[in-house]
Structure formats: structure tokens, C-alpha cells
Design a protein around this ligand. Structure first.
Ligand code: CDT
Length: 313
């Protein structure tokens, strides 16, 4: 059986604060139509793909942002997206803000195939801050509006491969990929919304794209898997979001790259067996990992410096 999966990264241009779910969904259905024409089996949409990136706005009342959250999936406005994907036989990753029946809020993604929500992931590494920060030109209040994900980093079998999900800031953390690749992940999908400026400290703007690709390419190589990174991009309510959506193969090379900051589908025929080579040689975990030396990675959060013996003299 062929293990070639045609994968699409469906980058989306900006979503205005007053843009309706129906409009965002119509744009996504058009991207799915293009994906069908190009023979895609799997399409990855961005993080928080249904609304503007609302963590840039402060509200005293956390519930004041609830109109950006979904309380059922699919709700009536999302139904046409699910129907279109099923008709096209395309599985998809969708990022959205989730509010649960018992009142928890998460930055969530799901993997959908046909009638089934195959998997759900809730963002673990929430960036930004929880309170208004007057020093920033705009806010990044993910720590205010979301709780850290409580589902870990699961993987699922889908379309003949083993797949995992991550969301935006997760891509900067090696643990994200390593946990999933220890479960055999061959494809790691992630959506992102990344402003083109670092609002917490000065950094030249070009580094935003460099770091975007650096972490995903290094992680694809070190875990011998495909990484599909899909941006929401362009000028969104005065805030520029980088694009750079890409499909990365297990060698770490980018094999498809978006060239706009608008709605744009990029695709690649991904031979999942390419992931095997690294997993069986340089990154054969069972053979080469030395877990007896890795303990503090999972038991210690921050840095603990060695004693300064000179200072004690
Ligand atoms: N959405 C998201 O996670 N964005 C972050 C911005 C980092 S700066 C607070 C990112 O890692 O791209």
C-alpha cells in the first residue's frame, strides 16, 4: 500500500475582528476545493482559524471574549466545512478557541476525518501574559483567556500514517516533538499566529521568520518526521502576522513554502516512508537514547545553577 500522502497547508490571510464565522468558513471551503483539485488527502488550517487573533485585546471580564469561542464542534456555522471535507474525502486539522460545558477555555485543535473527530489537542505552551501590559504596543493575553492544555501530546492513526498536533508556541519547545515522536509520530501538524515583532523584548524583525523555520526544520530532522506549519498571516487589525507556511520533510528541508501573506494553499506529496530512515538509523531512539541522563527534563521546570564555589571561599 502506498504511503504517499498529499498534504496541504492552507494558509489564511487576516480575519478582521468583525468577520463572521460564515465568511471564514467559506474561505476555508474554497481552500479545500483547491486541495481536492490537487489531490490532497490531508489539509492543515491555522491556529484559531475561525476568528481574528483575539488575545491581542484586553478585557477586564474574561467572558467578554466568549464570542470567539466554540461551545460545540461542529456547531451549525461549522457544519458546511465538515460536509465539504467529507465530500472531498480530505482529513483536516482545525485550530479554534474551545469553551467546555463546565466553563474551561482552551486553545484547541482537532483532527477530523469523514464523520469522525479523530483527535483533539489543547495547547500546552501558552505564550504571553495574563494581565494588561502597558509596555507592549499590543497585548498577547493567551495566559488570560486560556488554560494550559490537559490532554498531553497524543498521536493518532489517520490516512495510513501516525499523526500528532501542536499549536504555535509549542513549536519552539523540543519536548513537544520528542513526546510525540516517542509515540511514533510521522506527521506533526501545527497552526500558528505569529506577530512580526517581539513585544516582550527588542529583536530584529527578520528573526521572527528565521526562528519560525529554524525550530520546525530542526525538529523535523531530530525526530525524523514531517512537520506541517500553517500560518494565519498578513495585517490583522493593525498587527502584522508572519506567513511562511511550510511543509518540511524528515531531512529538515522545506519542500513547499507559501509566497504570500494571504489565503494560499501549498501542497506536497509526502512519502511517509521517508520518516523511517531516520527513525531506524541516527534517531533510532530505542538504540541510542540515554534516558538515565535525561531525568531533570521532566522533573525540573526552571534553571538550577551549579554552586559557585569561588564565591563561597
Ligand atoms: N500564537 C502564538 O503562540 N504566538 C506566539 C507568539 C510569541 S510572542 C508572545 C509564537 O510562538 O509564535
Amino acid at each position: 500500500m502506498s504511503r504517499i500522502l498529499n498534504i496541504g497547508a492552507a494558509q489564511m490571510g487576516p480575519i478582521a475582528p468583525d468577520e463572521s464565522r460564515a465568511s471564514a468558513v467559506a474561505r476555508m471551503i474554497d481552500l479545500l476545493r483547491q486541495a481536492k483539485e490537487r489531490g490532497c488527502h490531508l489539509v492543515v488550517f491555522p491556529e484559531l482559524a475561525l476568528t481574528t487573533f483575539f488575545p491581542r485585546y484586553y478585557d477586564d471580564d474574561i467572558g467578554g471574549m466568549d464570542h470567539h469561542f466554540e461551545t460545540e464542534m461542529p456547531g451549525p456555522e461549522l457544519r458546511p466545512l465538515f460536509d465539504a471535507a467529507k465530500a472531498a474525502d480530505i482529513a483536516f486539522y482545525l485550530g479554534y478557541a474551545e469553551k467546555t460545558a463546565d466553563g474551561h477555555r482552551y486553545n484547541t485543535s482537532i483532527l477530523v476525518d469523514g464523520d469522525r473527530i479523530v483527535g483533539k489537542y489543547r495547547k500546552v505552551h501558552l505564550p504571553g501574559h495574563a494581565e494588561y501590559d502597558a509596555k507592549r504596543p499590543f497585548q498577547h493575553l493567551e495566559k488570560r483567556y486560556f488554560e494550559p492544555g490537559d490532554l498531553g501530546f497524543p498521536v493518532w492513526r489517520c490516512k495510513g500514517g501516525i499523526m500528532g498536533m501542536a499549536i504555535c508556541n509549542d513549536r519552539r519547545w523540543p519536548e513537544t516533538y520528542r513526546v510525540m515522536s516517542l509515540k511514533g509520530a510521522e506527521v506533526i501538524m501545527l497552526g500558528y499566529n505569529t506577530p512580526d515583532v517581539n513585544t516582550s523584548a527588542f529583536e530584529p524583525n527578520h528573526l521572527r521568520m528565521f526562528h519560525n523555520h529554524l525550530v520546525m526544520q530542526a525538529s523535523a530532522y531530530q525526530n525524523s518526521c514531517f512537520v506541517i506549519g500553517t500560518a494565519k498571516a498578513g495585517m490583522e487589525d493593525g498587527c502584522m502576522l508572519i506567513g511562511g507556511s511550510c511543509i518540511i520533510q524528515p531531512s529538515g528541508e522545506i519542500v513547499a513554502l507559501a509566497s504570500t501573506v494571504a489565503d494560499e494553499l501549498i501542497t506536497s506529496a509526502c512519502d511517509l516512508d521517508l520518516a523511517r530512515m531516520g527513525k531506524e538509523t541516527v534517531f533510532n531512539f530505542a538504540k541510542h537514547r540515554r534516558v538515565e541522563h535525561y531525568g531533570i527534563i521532566a522533573s525540573q521546570t526552571g534553571v538550577e545553577l551549579p554552586p559557585d564555589l569561588a564565591a563561597e571561599d
